[in-house]
Design a protein around this ligand. Structure first.
Ligand code: CMC
Length: 436
């Protein structure tokens, strides 16, 4: 970390001794005030629920400029990666810090494709679930269970174990998501095909059956690959921070990633793509475009608890750059499938237009996020709504792993252990039950 010449001084109105705090500069973004010694120096903690002003780690992986609406993976703008690279190149970049050359890409692709099968025993574990279980419940279980199948890559402090676990997770997530889907619809599992691309293989495992040949559509393959790229990492979001915190105890990588999957499930995070599409369905059922005004009214009513799903972001106070790319992909996919007049897409565009002009959204800087359009693309591809968040988890796995490995390699890393402002009862004595 690069120390700044600037220092912060914390003074107290009661005349307590003031404290000087170091300030560090990143390569981009706001400086940070180092408060690690604050408790030792003052006997006080800082208070920041929701991490509104707290950097929980140093990182070199992903950078977001929320005001500009900019997203960089290892310094590269997401727009350039989404147009010039594929998902596996992006994985290589996130894991290793640089884009691969041709030979490196080939080697990495071979490595990943050599790990796409899962232990045959996994299907018996999967069979223990109800057929109608939510895919994210299944994924939380299956990913955690990988630690019971791959004992030779569970030591988080062993760099070789971490490397193999990373490749296994990236390679096996599509297989597991497709298995969860096939189990739900009662079709036979389809084994991975290593001659296909990462996205092509996923489409094949999802939609092929043993009775008919399945031809991967290049447009859908590219669209899915783009969904994967756009979701690959997003710095210290809730699920990534969960993975870091979970991994900080020294638990194995599969367990840490399973914690990330569980966190992602929530509708304020990865579950928003499912929630956004269900919201569009609901508006459509109620009467479609004509009912948008009424719906927006409900959203603005603080007592209604209704949110415009797929809108707003903790960091972006501008258009989410991923949403722009996703809207572009949405157009491409719908055109390819002859669904240009898709009523749900028309509804989404109209809803976006109205929200972007409304004072409530403008004043709060609420813009569409990636989830606003990703559901429409996934639905057009044929992915069921309940599987959307599992697809997000599949794509985010590389980001979780890169962040986890970065943390373990950081000499300053410690087990994560936040403090609290205690508001409960002071010490008191237990009375005998007859006297309570
Ligand atoms: N609809 C209506 N009002 C909203 C929305 C929304 N989607 N998002 C924020 N607001 C309001 C919020 O009520 C608050 O208003 P007020 O100042 O009057 O109290 C103001 O905007 C600030 O919002 P906040 O809740 O303090 O912001 P946050 O940073 O804590 O929450 C968020 C961010 C993403 C959880 C929230 O915007 C949200 O719930 N959005 C809908 C869910 C969603 O689309 N999530 C996906 C995020 S992107 C993908 C991912 O990273 O997983």
């Amino acid at each position: 970390m690069k120390a700044s010449d600037n220092k912060a001084t914390l003074s107290f109105s009661n005349g307590g001794q003031s404290v000087e705090l170091p300030i560090y500069k990143g390569t981009l973004g706001p400086d940070v005030i180092d408060i690690r010694k604050l408790y030792a120096q003052t006997g006080m903690f800082t208070y920041d629920p929701g991490f509104m002003s707290t950097a929980s780690c140093q990182s070199s992986i992903t950078y977001i400029d929320g005001d500009k609406g900019e997203l960089l993976y290892r310094g590269y703008p997401i727009e350039q990666l989404a147009t010039n690279c594929d998902y596996l190149e992006t994985c290589y970049l996130l894991l290793n810090g640089e884009l691969p050359n041709t030979a490196e890409k080939e080697k990495f692709t071979r490595l990943v494709t050599n790990h796409t099968m899962v232990n045959e025993q996994m299907q018996f574990f999967l069979r223990g679930f109800r057929r109608d279980a939510h895919p994210m419940a299944i994924m939380t279980g299956l990913v955690g269970a990988l630690s019971a199948f791959y004992h030779d890559s569970t030591d988080i402090n062993n760099p070789e174990h971490r490397d193999i676990a990373a490749i296994r997770l990236i390679a096996k997530m599509p297989t597991l998501v497709a298995m969860a889907y096939k189990y739900n619809v009662g079709q036979p599992y389809i084994y991975p095909r290593n001659d296909l691309s990462y996205a092509g293989n996923f489409l094949h495992m999802m939609f092929a059956t043993p009775c008919e040949e399945y031809k991967v559509s290049p447009v859908l393959e590219r669209a899915l690959d783009r969904i994967f790229i756009l979701h690959a990492d997003h710095e210290q979001n809730a699920s990534t921070s969960t993975v870091r915190l979970c991994g900080s105890s020294g638990t194995n990588p599969f367990a840490a990633i399973a914690a990330g999957v569980a966190c992602l499930w929530g509708p304020a995070h990865g579950g928003a793509n499912e929630a956004a599409l269900n919201m569009l369905y609901d508006i459509q059922k109620e009467g479609g475009v004509e009912k948008i005004g009424e719906f927006i009214k409900k959203v603005k009513d603080k007592n209604s608890n209704v949110k415009l799903m797929g809108f707003g972001h903790r960091v972006y106070k501008n258009y989410d750059p991923r949403a722009k790319l996703m809207q572009e992909t949405c157009n491409e996919v719908l055109t390819e499938l002859g669904l240009e007049k898709d009523p749900l897409f028309a509804l989404a565009k109209q809803l976006e237009k109205i929200a972007l002009e409304d004072e409530y959204f403008v004043s709060r800087k609420l813009y569409p996020n990636v989830d606003f359009y990703s559901g429409i693309v996934q639905r057009a591809i044929g992915i069921p709504v309940s599987l959307f968040t599992a697809v997000f988890a599949l794509a985010r796995t590389v980001g979780w792993i890169a962040q986890l490995n970065e943390m373990i390699g950081d000499p300053e890393y410690k087990i994560g252990r936040p403090r609290q402002l205690f508001e409960g009862s002071p010490k008191r004595d237990v009375k005998p039950i007859s006297a309570r």
